[in-house]
Design a protein around this ligand. Structure first.
Ligand code: D54
Ligand code: ZN
Length: 279
């Protein structure tokens, strides 16, 4: 598993494009018949991708977490960004369609990912997992796509009309740390999370999906008065440290999985920044 140590905002002004991408952009999570993994030491979050194509993919453990099995000391939220598939957790099988979410609680031993129709229109299942250390075991729980707590945000006139779906959160599926959901831009709207914000109590990870292969999202990061950008493709992720804004504009419509971990789970504990105050 790739290890990425935490960074400070003081490091950002000295980084060129290649270093920004090496530290904050997450590519290649979805490898045929395999599991891709990145361990960010920002709140010790692990981002995983599982892409079963010709057969099931078993989630193993990694030497970096010194655990007998992946969820021994951890929990995780999963969203399927590909075609329909199943996730088997200790003998219970969940049918997970595009955009649906499964929370896996601490202690789950055997986790297997399978595609239901790898040759279908949406291709093989692509299971995106965000995991954080967990102090107790909450029940493994499934949420159908769109069945979380829905918030309608933004306006078509400012190109930021979007539907936010909270899956794992304080008033929904319970967890120790992980807060997770999916935001979908409405047709013609391109801006996510505008106005932008930070939440110094939590890191956040993004995974853009349903973006056409030749389109890109210009993702803003960094302190609000010292921003940089990353040009991000479909099914690529971004690590957003607690001090960093995370907002982006697409060259086409898209969705993204957002997930957070850290000090609290209060979704609305965030500090917003009017664009006129940003640099
Ligand atoms: O802290 C919350 C996260 O940044 C996202 O939920 C924001 C988001 O999806 C949006 O405004 O479009
Ligand atoms: Zn945020």
């Amino acid at each position: 598993m790739e290890q990425r140590y935490a960074t400070s905002p003081e490091h950002v002004p000295g980084m060129d494009t290649a270093e920004l991408r090496r530290r904050y952009l997450v590519q290649d999570l979805f490898i045929d018949d395999s599991v891709g993994a990145v361990y960010t030491h920002h709140d010790r979050v692990v981002m995983l991708g599982a892409k079963p194509v010709t057969g099931p993919v078993v989630l193993g453990t990694f030497p970096e977490i010194r655990s007998e099995f992946f969820f021994e000391h951890r929990e995780g939220g999963i969203v399927n960004v590909g075609g329909r598939g199943t996730i088997a957790v200790d003998g219970t099988t969940y049918d997970v369609g595009h955009g649906a979410c499964l929370y896996i609680g601490r202690g789950a031993k055997d986790v297997t990912f399978t595609s239901s129709d790898a040759d279908g229109e949406q291709g093989p299942a692509r299971f995106y997992v965000v995991s954080a250390p967990a102090h107790t075991a909450y029940p493994t729980t499934f949420v159908e796509a769109g069945a979380g707590n829905v918030r309608e945000l933004g306006d078509a006139l400012t190109s930021n009309r979007r539907t936010l779906n909270q899956y794992i959160h304080e008033n929904g599926v319970r967890s120790c740390q992980v807060v997770m959901g999916v935001t979908t831009l409405h047709p013609g709207s391109m801006w996510n999370t505008m106005p932008a914000h930070t939440h110094d109590r939590r890191m956040e990870a993004y995974l853009y999906f349903d973006l056409p292969a030749d389109a890109r999202v210009i993702h803003l990061m960094g302190e609000p008065t010292e921003t940089r950008h990353l040009v991000v493709g479909n099914e690529e992720g971004v690590i957003s440290p607690s001090w960093s804004v995370h907002s982006g504009v697409g060259s086409a419509s898209y969705s993204f999985v957002w997930a957070m971990a850290g000090e609290n789970q209060s979704f609305d504990d965030m500090d917003g920044f009017a664009i006129s105050t940003m640099r």
